[in-house]
Write a protein that binds this ligand. Structure first.
Ligand SMILES: Cc1cc2nc3c(=O)[nH]c(=O)nc-3n(C[C@H](O)[C@H](O)[C@H](O)COP(=O)(O)O)c2cc1C
Ligand code: SF4
Length: 651
């Protein structure tokens, strides 16, 4: 079949595994397992990706030894009882022609949480502390090293017995194998430390043990950070030297960047939208030039044309499109049948994928709330009764509800009072470094058109209009408006809200105080924007830190930007009042006053309140009535789109 993506759909044989295309879902911890074993939710999740046409799925990390439990949800491959679960995933994905590898994992000192809230004894090559999780590990005795080495091989044997096609040793992101390689983390004086040969011994033994316990057809690859992107982490030269020393024993190398051990290194584990698409590919290209091995790469490759360009330029042999597939599992099928424009592109917001992982809750996607919830929403039933559905409000909640209801066969009309659909997402995309957020609107608009929804923008709706339309169902998704908290005094200080700054309908003075109650994207984004324009900015936040409610890696990148721009951050403060040129704040714990003088402008990032006027006016109307998203209570786009899905499925 002629395709726009000839390189992407070229098969690749590696030992006994035939990849039907070059699209891979890299290993990613879904937090779906609850007791360390494969469950129905994980099978359904991976089956959906396989059905969507992906060539290779690498299953999330599996612990190879009892000391490998880095979270309370980690999958474990330490017992033959695990084989049955792996077999279920294997059968589910093989049915659709996808290849399945397992990830062999030991975190060493990178232990994020222990059982029952207790801190675990973490083991590492040496007693060198981890900065991010504040773990001081215990040096491994040789007997423990030997047990862990054979744990890798035993886990691989179990995965092969379950019918998987291969395994990937996780030596990336500063996990245990990388800790052995790293001369600043491995200070051992025995045969596992010292020069590169000594520091590679652990990995050599691991790979040899795996090979000894699997067949010749079984694939053995390795994941490695081309650079760990922080001072203590492996440099590019160190990683390349290690890879050169191991290449003869591997079937492929899966290149990534970053390091779990520091906030700066960890952002590369799932780089936010402020990193450009495909930014890891040049590092993969360097590895590919040095080694004669297939090289895989992942990192912000969210569209087939980006992957095609990377493959065509021979920067890599396989492209990981992990969040892209979380967001749209059908991406490969759509690209293959010439419908790439229908792909719901991932916007690298990290909100429901990595954001959920860090909160210890199952994976999902802000744009695709079916992800991780396949058992509940995977196959919405077609409507038996084709009803007339009127959606009022064209923000993310209303758009999603309209799409899903129309896909199920209802006759759907969506009304939006503004000229453009999108609601607050149109404002969110104006925050610095968040332009890609607007992709959420583009994707939903496309889905509205494809689903055949009748779109009436620039049309305000009141009760009379609803009555005249006589719908069977009304879905109120009218969103929210900025909330202005009561405060003491006035005295003429300029007070504006975040929406006015973003819409450029207010011109703040030079000395600005931002009061940030939500501790999310808005406060830090407004601070960045105003500081970039040369203003002096103080950011007073209600909690411990600005961005407390943001996905961690997005927050950490923002924290670095605010620091570079010289924004002064004031934690634990609430707004009390203002006068002509001062802002009065109060410490939220002690109640002590904090006075900021010589202020020109106070910017309120104090949240929103539901725009409930229409919902209230429709009380008692002769139609099924739903209120969703911010119109129900102001929250984020994630809840809005999820509630849109729920309403669309239920009507
Ligand atoms: C929720 C989540 C969990 C992840 N867990 C793992 C993991 O278990 N093993 C791993 O090697 N990488 C993990 N990663 C990193 C991904 O494999 C991948 O490298 C990353 O998402 C960047 O690729 P992308 O831009 O295509 O999403 C995780 C990523 C996400 C979003
Ligand atoms: S939540 Fe955001 S980053 Fe994660 S898959 Fe969805 S769109 Fe991509």
């Amino acid at each position: 079949m002629a395709t726009r993506f000839p390189h992407l759909f070229e098969p690749l044989q590696i030992r006994g595994a035939l990849l039907k295309n070059r699209i891979m879902s890299t290993g990613h911890d879904t937090t779906l397992p609850v007791d360390g074993t494969v469950n129905d939710a994980l099978v359904a999740y991976q089956e959906a990706r396989a059905r969507g046409g992906v060539g290779l799925i690498v299953l999330q990390v599996s612990g190879v030894h009892e000391t490998a439990r880095y979270t309370n949800h980690v999958l474990m491959a330490t017992d033959d009882a695990a084989i049955a679960g792996y077999r279920r995933v294997g059968e589910a994905v093989h049915r659709f022609g996808a290849v399945l590898f397992g990830q062999l994992f030991h975190p060493g000192r990178e232990v994020a949480e222990g059982e029952g809230g207790l801190q675990t004894v973490a083991f590492a090559p040496s007693a060198v502390p981890n900065e991010r999780f504040r773990v001081m590990p215990r040096p491994m005795k040789p007997a423990l090293i030997r047990a862990i080495v054979s744990g890798y091989g035993d886990a691989a044997r179990r995965m092969q017995a379950a019918g998987l096609d291969g395994v990937e040793v996780v030596a990336s992101h500063g996990y245990l194998p990388a800790q052995f390689i790293n001369p600043r983390v491995n200070l051992r004086q025995d045969g596992y430390g010292g020069d590169l040969t000594g520091r590679l011994r652990f990995l050599r033994e691991v790979i040899a043990d795996v090979r000894a316990k699997v067949s010749d057809r079984f694939v053995v690859g390795m994941r490695m950070s081309a650079t760990e992107s922080d001072e203590q982490g492996l440099s590019e030269e160190e990683s390349l030297a290690a890879l050169s020393g191991l290449a003869d024993s591997l079937d492929y190398v899966n290149v990534t960047l970053g390091n779990s051990a520091s906030a700066g290194g960890a952002v590369h584990i799932a780089a936010p939208m402020s990193f450009r698409a495909g930014y890891v590919a040049p590092f993969a290209a360097t590895v590919r030039q040095r080694l004669s091995l297939p090289v895989f790469v992942a990192g912000r490759i969210n569209q087939p044309h980006d992957a095609e360009a990377i493959l065509a330029a021979r920067q890599a042999d396989v492209c990981g499109m992990t969040r892209a597939l979380i967001c749209d599992p059908e991406l490969p099928n759509k690209a293959a049948r010439g419908a790439a424009e229908d792909i719901r592109a991932c916007i690298a917001c990290n909100q429901s994928c990595m954001g959920h992982f860090h909160r210890g809750v199952p994976i999902s996607c802000i744009q695709n709330p079916v992800s991780g919830r396949e058992l509940r929403f995977g196959a919405p039933a077609a409507a038996t009764l084709h009803r007339r559905v009127m959606v009022v409000g064209g923000g993310p909640a209303g758009m999603k509800a309209a799409v899903v209801a129309a896909q199920r066969g209802h006759r759907v009309t969506i009304f939006e009072r503004e000229k453009r659909l999108g609601g607050q997402a149109l404002l969110a995309q104006l925050l610095p470094g968040r332009a890609e957020f607007g992709g959420l609107v583009t994707n939903l608009e496309r889905e509205l058109h494809t689903a055949g929804v009748d779109i009436r923008s620039d049309t305000a709706v009141d009760r009379d209009i609803v009555v005249a339309q006589a719908p069977d169902v009304v879905i109120v998704a009218t969103g929210a408006v900025p909330y202005r908290p009561p405060m003491a005094g006035d005295g003429g200080l300029q007070i504006v809200d975040a929406w006015q700054i973003l819409r450029e309908t207010a011109e703040p003075g030079h000395s600005v105080v931002i009061i940030d109650w939500r501790a999310d994207w808005i406060g830090v984004g407004i601070a960045e924007r105003l500081a970039q324009s040369g203003r002096s900015v103080k950011l007073a936040v209600s909690g411990v830190t600005p961005g407390e409610n943001m996905p961690l890696y997005v927050r950490d990148v923002a924290a670095a930007t605010l620091h570079r721009l010289g924004v002064s951050v004031l934690p634990y403060l609430r707004l009390y009042g203002v006068d002509a040129d001062s802002v009065y704040l109060q410490h939220v714990v002690s109640g002590a006053a904090v006075v900021l003088e010589a202020v020109d402008t106070l910017v309120l990032c104090t949240g929103h309140m539901a725009d409930a006027a229409l919902g209230d006016a429709l009380e008692g109307i002769d139609a099924e009535l739903w209120t969703i998203g911010d119109a129900a209570a102001p929250r984020t786009a994630e809840e809005a789109i999820y509630e849109g899905l729920k309403a669309g499925v239920a009507v």
